[in-house]
Design a protein around this ligand. Sequence first.
Ligand SMILES: N[C@@H](CCC(=O)N[C@@H](CS)C(=O)NCC(=O)O)C(=O)O
Length: 203
Amino acid sequence: MKLRYSQTSPFVRKVLMAAHEIGLADRIEISPTDVWSPDSPIVRENPLSKIPTLLTDDGMVLFDSPVIVEYLDSLHDGRKLIPAIGPARWLALRQQALGDGICDAGVLRRVETLRPANLRSADWDSRQRAAIFRAFDRLEVEAGDLPDPEGQTVGGLAVLSAMGYMDFRFAHEPWRTGRPALARWFDGAARRASFEATLPPRE
Ligand SMILES: N[C@@H](CCC(=O)N[C@@H](CS)C(=O)NCC(=O)O)C(=O)O
């Protein structure tokens, strides 16, 4: 399998942490991809031109990180990252939606900073920032529902990736302040090898 990839993408990171957790990382060839280049092959593979995009060994092109994680989770017989049924499933998927939503808002804010100053919108930035911190507030209230490090789920990985992205791009806006339960959960979850193996670059 080949993964169109960037070391800075929190969605790619979630997928790669998932692959490490279920023992499939060695089967994935990572292919650094610049989504902003008009020559990038990703435009032909994924009409949305986003990473992560997975090219499977049998010729499928899969995109959107939840779809890719679900595919990877179908390839092994161990403990699943996506619980099959019941409340545990909906909890994990909802946590994934919150984590991914923080990343969506964070990536939008980051892209905004790359635009010429006269085209940036402070209102747009505040709206995305507010969504991020509301999501962290909700996660703090629900921190007891987050998985143990040894029992990771797609929800826990998405939240962990979102926290890592905030530390990477928005360290000046500390999400830990006033959220002690989340900070404690992060300290435990970030000790996993899957987190260490997928750190973003130092910039
Ligand atoms: N919902 C997508 C979001 C992926 C995404 O936004 N990726 C960013 C990089 S972090 C991207 O490729 N952006 C390029 C663009 O928006 O054109 C997922 O979960 O995979």
